[in-house]
Design a protein around this ligand. Sequence first.
Ligand SMILES: Cc1cc2nc3c(=O)[nH]c(=O)nc-3n(C[C@H](O)[C@H](O)[C@H](O)COP(=O)(O)O)c2cc1C
Length: 209
Amino acid sequence: MSTQVQNEVLKVLEERHSVKQYQAGHQIPKEVLEQILTTTSQAPSAWNLQHWKLLVIDDQAQKEKLLPIAYGQKQIVESSVVIAILGDLEANKNADAVFGPAVDAGFMPQALKDNLVAQIEGAYQHPQVARDEAIRNASLAAMQLMVAAKSLGYDTCPMGGYDAGKFIEAFNVPSRYVPVMLISLGLAAAPARSAGRFSLDQVVVSNSF
Ligand SMILES: Cc1cc2nc3c(=O)[nH]c(=O)nc-3n(C[C@H](O)[C@H](O)[C@H](O)COP(=O)(O)O)c2cc1C
């Protein structure tokens, strides 16, 4: 670890890596899993529409069913839980539930709510916007989940390597949701393989291309 990294959050971020070998059979305490999921759902989202659904797969038989859909990746069956992060393609429908209580409590003028809802409905006329927003916002929740897990001593592996069509069919995912990624969650049995990163001068552009 870099000697400059003293801050706890930065340490967790630096130490998070994709773990593929887990202590099979470990059961995550209910309150720990709930804490991770609660922190996940505190992720930011456009208009606070909270474009995610978290499908928690902890039943071993369901994980066995998922294994071939995820091309045999062992972390599916060896981790304690697999969480499918789904993006909400109809998050515009959340607007009333999100803004209504603020209006009722007198924190938000009705006119502002009407204005926001009109903006949202305008944007959601475009299916590409709905899909982009679903994936963008649900991905923030996914990152939040991985960091929360790591801070509580658990490890994760995000996975895009699965057949989304078969996943939808096997787990009865309603058409409202798009699978964004699977995340295995559990206690590491072996550390993550080290994966390097590009240097800052390879990724940072100042002011303009
Ligand atoms: C969207 C996404 C999809 C990924 N899919 C897989 C996967 O299917 N299987 C896997 O073993 N790792 C997968 N990874 C993990 C990456 O390989 C890993 O994050 C990257 O190599 C960096 O390593 P680190 O996470 O250990 O720092 C995925 C990561 C992301 C963000």
